[in-house]
Design a protein around this ligand. Sequence first.
Ligand SMILES: Cc1cc2nc3c(=O)[nH]c(=O)nc-3n(C[C@H](O)[C@H](O)[C@H](O)COP(=O)(O)OP(=O)(O)OC[C@H]3O[C@@H](n4cnc5c(N)ncnc54)[C@H](O)[C@@H]3O)c2cc1C
Length: 445
Amino acid sequence: MIKSEYLIVGSGPIGVLTAQYLLEKNRKVIIIDNSFKKNKSIDRNFNLKNLDTKSFVYDFENTAYKNNKKILPISSKSAGGFSKVWGGTLNPVSKTEIKKMGLTDKEYFRIYNWILKYVPNIEFTSVYQSLKQNIHNSLDIYPPVLSVDKHAENFWNAEILLNKLLVKYKNNVKYIPDIEVHSINKKGDIFEVLSNNQSFNFSVKKVFICSGIFSSSQIASKMQNTNKFSISDSDLAIWPIFYFGKTFLPLNRSFGNLNRMLEKAYAMLIINLEQKNTSIKCQLYELSDESIKEIEKRLPVLYKPTKIFINFLKKRLFLLFVYKDSDHSKKGLFRIDKEKVYLEKIIEPKFKLSIFKFFTKFIKSKFLLIPFKYQFKSFGSFHSGITNLYKDNKNIYFDSKGQLPEFPNIHFLDSTILNFIPSGPFTMSSIVNCIATLELIEDEG
Ligand SMILES: Cc1cc2nc3c(=O)[nH]c(=O)nc-3n(C[C@H](O)[C@H](O)[C@H](O)COP(=O)(O)OP(=O)(O)OC[C@H]3O[C@@H](n4cnc5c(N)ncnc54)[C@H](O)[C@@H]3O)c2cc1C
């Protein structure tokens, strides 16, 4: 029997910030994850980052299948979760989107600023400032807020905060990295965590499930004894974009007062496009060596004719990562059969919105959108959420505190319980939603 006050499943950004929230209130927590799990095989077709290092953040055994082929979504298996491989963009979403998430601006920004206290961050302002002078403000632009450590060398990941908590609150926190959760039962006052052919008993007041959208959806399905669920997505496409104005690339990429350079590709600018109460968030990336290799592989039509001009183009050609919200993105219907998850159907969004509608806005700012988009496969943006469970043709809903019917005190807190996925990197919004839910749980006792 393992005793504490709260059990947190998962040590990604959601699990670790949940732990931070509870520990600073002097509560006792146990954090468990499946980070000791070994991949039996690695699927190189996925083209995910981190492929050449020995440990993998991705759980290649826990993906979906289509026609017997492994496809996305995939679960993470790592202390720190997917933040170990992320781009670390932390920008808040627009006000229209905060409203759609069911939060007030005041609530969103209070929690957003609280999170920033624990996630080191720097505003990358150089590109923003020089473009602001050049383009007469015809585009709504923002400097990216990046989760860069204080030496501006590495992107932060949630394991760093986890390790800090294990030292600072050593009497109140325990961490067990080798429990893979399949389902959770309540037996009297005890929570029984079912894992691979074994179970663990926890004597806690509440359980918080933060194992990432794909794992959490499977855990929720097992708890409700159903094999059907859906997940919504945030579609992502890359557009090459040509800039013909006065060059804006800074000679040294300075972060705040620091003049260090990051080797990793990072977003240089956020562009917000608004239309009819809808916002599309774009990230502008430089044509780095990493991205040139990607273009060669994914867009050979574009790569071959441009190969000889690459040095000239490096200053002129950029990549625009365009994210859509869940109202304008696809949704996947999944079925669990003998422990495997199959993607049964992709549901197209009701509303379509093309970035090309904003062509004149870009041109006025001296950006030419090139009509060759590379569309990421569904769930390839890793910004997915809004789980719906289906049983006997009925929907099963999470309540406002992330609980499923018949399972009081087991709360889902990750993007599973979002009701809207904002466009653009959404982890900060997902953490805001998690902390707002925790506050509600605390208020109602
Ligand atoms: C390449 C890439 C780039 C990204 N870039 C950005 C970005 O720039 N900005 C942004 O906002 N977001 C970005 N994201 C998305 C971001 O990483 C995720 O939104 C975020 O990590 C989700 O946090 P989470 O805690 O819900 O889940 P995860 O990070 O997936 O963490 C889940 C945790 O639960 C554990 N776990 C999983 N299943 C089980 C199980 N069955 N039992 C026990 N433990 C389990 C895992 O080991 C892990 O510790 C990116 C993602 C990727 C992959």
